[in-house]
Write a protein that binds this ligand. Structure first.
Ligand code: 5GP
Ligand code: ZN
Length: 117
């Protein structure tokens, strides 16, 4: 079924507690944890517990959960006292997506340039 856990998915395993992560917040539908290789002083991943390959697929299938991911990112940014931050959804290997389970990168705590490289 769409959204069901995938046996070979790293983030499904983190969502299920089968692989340890530094969990920041958890809701019924989402988990947020610190990126293992942070690219900014605050670098947190917010994922749906349900497995979808990318953010657009999540939003098509489960728009309320996509909204949960965004709301969590914003609330965590406030908790981390970030007044400026970036939320990134890498979509496709060509722009650096390496884990094919939808996830928001919440990044802040340093200046960033625009456009990104
Ligand atoms: P992507 O490149 O797919 O947009 O982002 C995947 C992110 O997951 C990367 O920033 C990477 O550092 C992070 N990551 C990969 N494996 C693990 C892990 O086992 N634990 C945590 N906490 N983050 C991971
Ligand atoms: Zn997954």
């Amino acid at each position: 079924m769409p959204g069901d856990p995938q046996a070979d998915c790293l983030f499904c395993k983190i969502a299920a507690g089968q692989i340890p992560a530094t969990i920041v917040r958890e809701t019924q539908t989402t988990v947020a944890f610190r990126d293992i290789n942070p690219q900014a002083p605050t670098h947190i991943l917010v994922i749906p517990k349900a497995h979808y390959t990318n953010a657009a697929e999540l939003a098509t299938a489960e728009p309320a959960i996509a909204a949960d991911v965004l709301r969590e990112a914003g609330e965590i940014a406030a908790e981390e006292k970030l007044d400026s931050y970036r939320i990134v959804f890498n979509t496709g290997a060509g722009v650096g997506q390496t884990v094919f389970h939808a996830h928001a990168h919440l990044m802040g705590g340093r200046g960033m340039t625009w456009p990104p490289g």
